[in-house]
Ligand binder design. Structure first.
Ligand code: P6P
Length: 338
């Protein structure tokens, strides 16, 4: 009989992880379990988004200037309401909320911080292209009481855990608490996330690159040199690479983790510092990719070493297979032109 994946639910996996830490209070496990409930509620709306009035825009913009979709708002509120009363968190921050999301006074304050992008890739919602959610969990740095901006503005290397969810042909919850990266696929018939990708490892090099080539004219020469290099036909080097870009960071990244490759969103004339958000998009995803054996850089340094100065701060992002990201850094830093 072929070796089958252990029949393991996300909840059991979280509990087993907690048992490896005798000092654990169950706080962390409770937090992750509450998060899984929120994700299932979002999945339910995403899976029928075309059937009910949840597509379309709220005619408002978030702090990033991005149009707020109704599903964005639903997901943002669902996560907040699932997480605000468990006593695990002292504060939250979200792409969809300008300022900090405080824990109501009537609820206890916990020792963790949640930063998140409730729906990433929302411009794809009405086209039925995969979208995602991204989560980062820090330990608080302030001693007690309501959490502050200081608790949210931590470098990614201080993350206690990170997770992403892809709502696509199937819904997959991928998380890491520092002991490997593990993926769980939702079985809608029982409403459980079942272990499907144990100990995910990203190949050291891939043959796929993901970038919005429509920005080519807006890039600097180093970025153009790198992308031109990937497209050059050079037998024996694996080039030309295949281009794959769906415009949903989580979906593009998940594919590159499974099969190898690089995702890049460099700076350009529109977004000189890069478009993607550091605190609740790039840091959590970089934490996961590094624990899967990959690399994540802003072109000159490690994403996880960046010290955020504001919640909605943007960054350039080169993330994926270690050798591909290192090669990209050589071009971005001008050490290579071909
Ligand atoms: P562009 C979606 O809006 C997003 O934040 C990421 O999910 C995605 O990778 C990127 O922006 C797409 O940006 O400029 O290529 O449309």
């Amino acid at each position: 009989m072929s070796v089958k994946q252990r029949l393991m639910t996300l909840g059991r996996h979280i509990d087993e992880g907690e048992r490896e830490h005798p000092e654990a209070t169950g706080d962390f496990s409770g937090l992750l379990s509450d998060l899984a409930i929120a994700v299932k509620l979002i999945w339910r709306e995403v899976s029928k988004a075309g059937l009910i009035e949840i597509l379309g825009s709220t005619d408002r913009q978030n702090d990033s200037g991005d149009e707020i979709k109704k599903l964005d708002e639903f997901a943002n509120e669902t996560i907040y309401r699932a997480m605000d009363h468990g006593g695990h968190l002292c504060v939250m921050a979200s792409e969809e909320s300008q300022g900090l999301m405080k824990i109501p006074d009537r609820y206890p304050k916990g020792k963790y911080v949640l930063v998140y992008d409730p729906i990433d890739g929302s411009s794809n919602i009405d086209a039925n292209v995969s979208i995602g959610s991204i989560f980062g969990i820090f330990r608080r740095v302030t001693p007690s009481g309501p959490g502050t901006e200081e608790d949210c503005l931590q470098s990614g290397y201080k993350l206690a855990a990170a997770a992403y969810v892809i709502y696509g042909s199937s819904t997959i919850f991928v998380y890491c608490t520092g002991k490997g990266v593990h993926g769980f696929t939702l079985d809608p018939s029982v409403g459980e996330f079942l272990l499907s990708h144990e100990n995910m490892r990203i190949p050291k090099r891939g043959k796929t690159y993901s970038v919005n080539e429509g920005n080519y004219e807006k890039w600097d020469a180093n970025v153009r040199n790198y992308v031109d290099y990937l497209k050059k036909d050079d037998p024996g080097t694996g080039r030309p690479y295949t281009s794959r870009y769906v415009g949903s960071l989580v979906a593009d990244l998940h594919r590159n983790i499974l099969h190898g490759g690089i995702f890049l969103y460099p700076g350009d004339k529109t977004y000189p510092e890069g478009k993607l958000r550091l605190v609740y998009e790039c840091s959590p995803l970089s934490y996961i990719v590094e624990h899967a054996g990959g690399r994540a850089s802003d072109g000159t340094g490690r994403i996880l070493d960046i010290v955020p100065t504001c919640i909605h701060q943007r960054t350039k992002l080169f993330i994926g297979s270690e050798e591909d990201v290192k090669e990209a850094e050589d071009f971005i830093q001008g050490r290579r032109i071909a």
